[in-house]
Design a protein around this ligand. Sequence first.
Ligand SMILES: Cc1cc2nc3c(=O)[nH]c(=O)nc-3n(C[C@H](O)[C@H](O)[C@H](O)COP(=O)(O)OP(=O)(O)OC[C@H]3O[C@@H](n4cnc5c(N)ncnc54)[C@H](O)[C@@H]3O)c2cc1C
Length: 391
Amino acid sequence: MINFEDTSIAFDRLKNKELWRARLLFSVLAFPWMVKTGKSLIIGMQKMGISPAWFVKPTVYKHFVGGETLSACNTVVESLSRYGVKSILDYSVEAIQTEKAIEAVLKETLNAIRNAATNPNIPFAVFKPTAFVPHSVLDKTEHPDSLTAEDIIQLNLFRERIDILCHEASQLGIPLLIDAEDSWYQAFIDDLVESMMNKYNREKTIVFNTLQMYRHDRISYLQGLIQRAEKAGFKVGLKFVRGAYMEKERARAQLLGYPSPIQPDKAATDRDFNLALRISMEHIDRVSIFCGTHNEESNQLLAQLILDNRLKINDERIWFSQLYGMSDHISFNLAKAGFNVAKYIPYGPVKHVMPYLFRRAEENTSVAGQTSRELRLIRKEFKRRKSVGLR
Ligand SMILES: Cc1cc2nc3c(=O)[nH]c(=O)nc-3n(C[C@H](O)[C@H](O)[C@H](O)COP(=O)(O)OP(=O)(O)OC[C@H]3O[C@@H](n4cnc5c(N)ncnc54)[C@H](O)[C@@H]3O)c2cc1C
């Protein structure tokens, strides 16, 4: 069992001042009405052309974001690396849809892949596929009959862009994580990413898809994918997460009158998440595991599976990951024990990362216990520092 309670390891990187900032931030996030008010205020300011950067940047942005540019993240990357924690830099601009903007994100993502190739502390690159095609077109892939000739041109362009990114990653030997968002177009993305695995995951696992285990159909999808990969002879890279869009998924299913793709309850999501880890571990010669979770039990389980299977503790096929600014007690204690750990670090200009920050804020108010857990650990660390005269 890994001891996640060792706060001296979890927070060693943070000076008292930074720990106070984290305490203040999580105290605010504990109140949903404060998050709601803050969000409305920021959206209102943006509508009036007033930048909220002056108060967002030194607070919530500084806590959850690495910086505005790749090079601005160097300080954070370097500081995590001193504790054996690696970094994954995620260009987190959302909801940009013009052709020009799509090309700019493509260029930036290529830069991020090249940047990873020059820095051993950045073992992966990452992108959101929705950044590379208009949402309206992607939405229509749910009903292929409704696609127009122009939509098909857009989807072919989308395929080309994803191929450019996977090709570059493959040339440079940098594994590439592809995020998942809404379920209704995920089948199209799954097929596309699988074709990229088939093309680029021959020698090394370069392309990783994301499985959201809050979907009740993901275990059977995983089993089918492994079978197809065995038959076709490619390696499978998978990022496992529980899923970040549960409320939106349920609301849409209800509104449009189709069965919800989401599990009936949290226990079912937990069960499938852990089962997916076990199944992947049984096929570890084919499947690489990237475990993206703040759930202590799932992290313990994966650590135990590594030990039970007598794998090297830092087997290159298995990674643990948490978001920057969250669950340091898991990341730093796992890294201290010698496991492969990487923080997901978003970067980008303040106004473009606001949707990401709203999601983090809302998640921290809605995920039962997460904020209170962060606060409890921060308080415990203050107490410890006081007892050894560090304040
Ligand atoms: C490195 C990393 C990468 C990520 N990438 C993605 C991504 O590409 N796509 C994405 O969607 N998310 C992504 N996430 C977010 C992730 O999906 C979760 O929202 C978040 O991590 C919280 O889940 P947990 O496993 O950490 O913690 P937990 O607190 O154990 O689980 C909370 C999660 O359980 C599920 N859940 C809660 N209540 C219920 C219920 N009543 N019924 C069914 N399920 C329930 C929800 O998914 C909820 O988010 C990522 C997270 C990390 C750490």
